[in-house]
Design a protein around this ligand. Structure first.
Ligand code: FMN
Length: 253
């Protein structure tokens, strides 16, 4: 059973690559939370995976909510892993998630990291041309290797944490608290009012203005997953002015 959260598709691709290799079923954390009850029973020797992007050196809120809610009936010899995708480093995220799982009585056997594109457009850029092709090839190779290790039930901690992971994550949390205010979002005249941003927001933080049909953020803060910004067909959503004219990830792959 593989539970994943993915705002822009990178982690979803990793989950699907693993599932293709192992035959495990894949569940979107967003869908599971929408359904309400999050009760599951593992079969003997079943694999259990939690896959997520890293947000400011930590586990995204939606994944935390899911782990808080999950009711899991474990079975003999289950193999549990966590896997993170990130642009540079997971910092303390893997430790945070394994700790949360441990408090729920779930023991983790392995932690994997897949480094690739950083979707945090206010600070980074999406590569294009040859560098995009090269980073995607590297991500596919990493995904295939992780899938192989999960299939073999490898016990390993292979997550890049960088120096002083706890301290870096704690500092990043302060920056996150400041940056995640939704009043930083802007909508340009390119908006066609298609409503995809509101429909697909994992936190239901966006509604459409009844008159203009343009998005308006109805929560003071969000996870800052940037799905609205990356997936807007008209590239009409920006974060302040700092994402203007930057390439979007669109739908990945
Ligand atoms: C709000 C936010 C915070 C992020 N923080 C980090 C980080 O601390 N370290 C890092 O290496 N990448 C960071 N990233 C990059 C993502 O973790 C990475 O691009 C991930 O693969 C996106 O996965 P997804 O397409 O499945 O959503 C961040 C991205 C976002 C949107």
């Amino acid at each position: 059973m593989l539970f994943y959260y993915s705002a822009t598709g990178i982690t979803r691709k990793l989950a699907l690559t693993i599932a293709e290799r192992t035959g495990d079923c894949v569940c979107s954390i967003e869908n599971e939370l929408e359904k309400g009850e999050c009760s599951y029973s593992l079969k003997d020797s079943e694999r259990l995976g939690f896959l997520s992007p890293v947000y400011f050196g930590a586990v995204p809120d939606i994944v935390k909510r899911f782990v808080e809610k999950i009711q899991l009936q474990t079975a003999d010899n289950y193999y549990c892993f966590v896997a993170f995708t990130y642009g540079a480093s997971a910092f303390n995220a893997a430790n945070q998630l394994t700790g949360m799982l441990m408090r729920h009585g779930i023991t983790t056997n392995a932690a994997f990291g897949a480094c690739g594109i950083d979707t945090f457009l206010p600070m980074y850029t999406i590569p294009s041309g040859e560098s995009r092709t090269s980073v995607e090839a590297q991500m596919s190779t990493q995904n295939a290797l992780i899938a192989e290790q999960v299939a073999d039930r490898t016990q390993i901690n292979d997550v890049k944490t960088g120096p002083f992971p706890r301290l870096t994550s704690a500092t990043a949390a302060l920056l996150y608290a400041w940056m995640r205010r939704t009043n930083n979002f802007r909508v340009s005249d390119a908006c066609t009012g298609c409503g995809l941003c509101a429909k697909n927001c994992p936190e239901h933080a966006i509604s459409l203005d009844p008159d203009t049909h343009r998005p308006q953020w109805n929560a003071p803060k969000c996870m800052l997953c940037l799905r609205c910004l990356h997936h807007c067909p008209a590239a009409a959503i920006d974060y302040s002015d700092i994402t203007k004219d930057k390439i979007r990830l669109r739908s990945y792959p």
